[in-house]
Design a binder for this molecule. Structure first.
Ligand code: RIB
Length: 293
């Protein structure tokens, strides 16, 4: 069984469904409101666990009802929470999501996620020998992402850095990560002086640019390759990127080559969008295998 450590945000998603999103200064009537577990880190941990990995979540939650529910949800999904800390001076992270016109808009309040310090993350990692791959995203402090990538490179633990939400990265962090998985917008922030083609060619087998319904693009060192997405009736795309990253981690940790790993990740992501909520549609291993066969 592959061993995956996720370092990242655990939040509660407050989701409003509406015909259309309000313009600035406008009020519209919504059709539904739900509270569901989310946060990019927790989403990736739950997705990887459902896909059959042994998953450790390193993160923080507030000492409040959301925090309790966040940790219970991780446990219920088979994720190890020994390195989840409850803090008393900050509330749990929340994501305020509007689902309208076939897409989501999200405002994240980091809360306790902002307390995941470099030392906290590295000391948890040091207590977890045998990790095959680390997954990290950007709803936590910048210096934690930087130091974890550098620590893991020194320890020869591959890191998948999912640079979401977008923010510029130091060149050293780009080099320290084993894999980068931006969407097109995030890629343009990471590589402001390069075209997409130049960025891909500069990082063969490492930079995977996700293009939504199109699929995922990378360079194999000789040419650019597009691994197409699988068609799906999308109910809610929230968490599709997290499912993609988690499935990629699982497939790479199991030794699949890049093309096979990206196919596996695309399949898992296509299943995830077919249900409401970031984690609602995350597939079990069997569902992905059935679809691939
Ligand atoms: O990637 C989706 C996640 O981003 C949501 O679950 C929400 O928590 C936001 O952080």
């Amino acid at each position: 069984m592959s061993e995956i450590c996720v370092i990242g945000s655990c939040s509660m998603d407050l989701v409003v469904t509406s015909e259309r999103r309000p313009k600035a200064g406008e009020t519209v009537l919504g059709t539904d409101f739900q509270t569901v577990p989310g946060g990019k880190g927790a989403n990736q941990a739950v997705a990887a666990s459902r896909l059959g990995a042994n998953v450790y979540m390193v993160g923080k939650a507030g000492n409040d009802s959301y925090g309790k529910a966040i940790i219970e949800n991780l446990k219920a999904n088979g994720v190890n929470t020994d390195h989840m800390e409850t803090v008393t001076h900050k509330k749990s992270g929340t994501a305020h999501i509007v689902l309208a016109e076939g897409d989501n808009s999200i405002v994240v309040v980091k809360g306790a996620n902002d307390d995941i310090s470099p030392d906290y993350a590295k000391s948890a990692l040091a207590k977890l020998p045998g990790i095959d791959i680390v997954l990290i995203q950007q709803e936590i402090p910048e210096e934690t992402v930087e130091e974890v990538c550098s620590y893991c490179r020194a320890q020869q633990i591959p890191v998948i850095l999912n640079p979401a939400p977008a923010r510029p990265l130091k060149q050293s962090t780009i080099e320290d990560a084993a894999y980068l998985t931006p969407n097109e917008h995030e890629a343009s922030i990471l590589f402001p002086d390069r075209t997409k083609e130049e960025a891909l060619a500069g990082y063969p087998g490492k930079l995977f640019i996700t293009e939504g319904k199109q699929g995922v693009r990378y360079s194999d060192g000789t040419a650019e390759r597009l691994i197409p997405a699988f068609p799906a009736e999308a109910v809610d795309t929230t968490g599709a990127g997290d499912t993609f990253n988690a499935a990629l981690a699982v497939a790479l940790a199991e030794g699949r080559d890049i093309e096979q790993a990206l196919l596996f990740a695309n399949r898992a992501a296509s299943l995830s969008v077919q249900h409401f909520g970031a984690q609602g549609g995350m597939p079990a291993r069997k569902e992905v295998e059935e679809l691939l066969s």
